[in-house]
Design a protein around this ligand. Structure first.
Ligand SMILES: Nc1ncnc2c1ncn2[C@@H]1O[C@H](COP(=O)(O)OP(=O)(O)O)[C@@H](O)[C@H]1O
Ligand code: SF4
Ligand SMILES: [Mg+2]
Length: 352
């Protein structure tokens, strides 16, 4: 019988088996290894993990910013049905700033120090749209207003250094969103800011996401800011996604030992036993010499629950443990749930 069911629908963004390798003098750097996730318009996925786990390189690959001359990018990044991997520089330039945009920890990576911000914002409009000078200027002022810059018609004449850190961050967000992209990648956007400004900037990003129905990839090493901001979470360790799911899966039903360690190091989740704050002992792996087997095995305190030396010899696959919840670990589901209860119990929390 012919199968008449429709083909599975692609999400707006589908990252499929994405890998990035840099050949270097010291050896091959495996920065991203088989990363897969998807996200729809209006949704936010948070990518979390320690420094060096491959978050920024994943973001750069999605934006087509990894230099094909110095790196080997494989897999697919489908943006609205078009594959970013393999696009020409020209095609990518057309996408960047119109369909997709990126913001960073340091606003000066997007803003030129020697040009007035008005000139930079109108230039960003003009690259992708045929509009009059006045229309571009009006759009720049409107965008500055939206990101909360007071007296935008005056401030448009200022240079980046005339703004405070938080305000500069707002200007960068205005610049990224001025052509209403459908995808925004935010790479540690609040890491350099103090806590109050951090919260304001996150709130601003979420407000604008609602207004434009933008898909957001939020990259952070801080699980603490994820809970209010994201719909889904992908936890990265040693270039791979080790656990992914909706917020509740990751915060209340985590199963991968590395995720348990990350949760244990979030102060906000730890009010009950703040004295037991317990960062994960040991160091992240070198991307040139990733451990064989489970990349987390040198730091994992639960590997004796797995028979034989599977943890040291065989790479666990990322497998579904529940609908939409994926885990990469050799332990049985019973054992994973048991260790989660112990780990989270120590923190005075309950698993759902
Ligand atoms: N251009 C490059 N050449 C060689 N190695 C790189 C390059 N860019 C990143 N890396 C390495 O790839 C790994 C992942 O980096 P990155 O994605 O920046 O980590 P994260 O953002 O999670 O802190 C790191 O070990 C980093 O040193
Ligand atoms: S596969 Fe083994 S080493 Fe890796 S997280 Fe699971 S128990 Fe720990
Ligand atoms: Mg980074």
């Amino acid at each position: 019988m012919t199968d008449l069911s429709p083909a599975p629908r692609r999400a707006y963004i589908e990252v499929e088996d994405l890998s990035v390798q840099f050949p270097t003098e010291d050896g091959l750097v495996r920065a991203v290894d088989g990363v897969t996730f998807s996200i729809d318009k209006g949704q936010t996925i948070a990518i979390v993990g320690e420094s060096g786990s491959g978050k920024s390189v994943t973001a750069q690959a999605i934006m087509g910013l990894v230099n094909a001359r110095t790196a080997d990018v494989t897999g697919h990044v489908w943006v609205d049905g078009q594959d970013i991997v393999g696009m020409t520089d020209d095609e990518l330039r057309k996408m960047r700033g119109s369909t997709m945009a990126m913001i960073f920890q340091d606003p000066m990576s997007s803003l030129h120090p020697f040009y007035r911000i008005g000139a930079q914002l109108t230039e960003a409009v003009n690259v992708h749209n045929k509009v009059s000078k006045k229309e571009a200027r009006d759009r720049a002022i409107e965008m500055l207003q939206k990101v909360g810059i007071p007296s935008p018609e005056k401030r448009i004449e200022d240079y980046p250094h005339q703004f405070s850190g938080g305000m500069r961050q707002r200007v960068m967000i205005a610049m990224a969103l001025i052509n209403s992209p459908s995808l925004l990648i935010a790479d540690e956007p609040t890491t350099a800011l103090d806590v109050t400004v951090q919260a304001q900037i996150m709130e601003l990003i979420l407000e604008l996401q609602q207004e434009y129905n933008t898909a957001v990839v939020l990259i952070t090493h801080d699980l603490g800011i994820v809970a209010d901001a994201a719909d889904q979470v992908a936890v990265m360790y040693g270039a791979r996604v080790v656990e992914s799911g909706v917020i509740d899966d990751i915060f209340y039903k985590p199963e991968m030992p590395y995720t348990l360690g990350l949760l244990a190091s979030v102060p906000r989740l730890n009010q009950v036993r703040a004295d037991r704050l317990d960062p994960i002992p040991g160091n992240p792996p070198s991307p040139i010499r990733l451990p064989s087997g489970c990349v987390f095995n040198p730091r994992c305190v639960y590997k004796d629950r797995v028979e034989g030396d599977l943890c040291a010899t065989e790479r666990p696959a990322l497998l579904p443990t529940d609908l939409g919840h994926m885990v990469r670990c050799h332990m049985s589901k019973e054992d994973r749930e048991a260790v989660a209860t112990i780990a989270l119990g120590t923190l005075g929390r309950e698993t759902a």
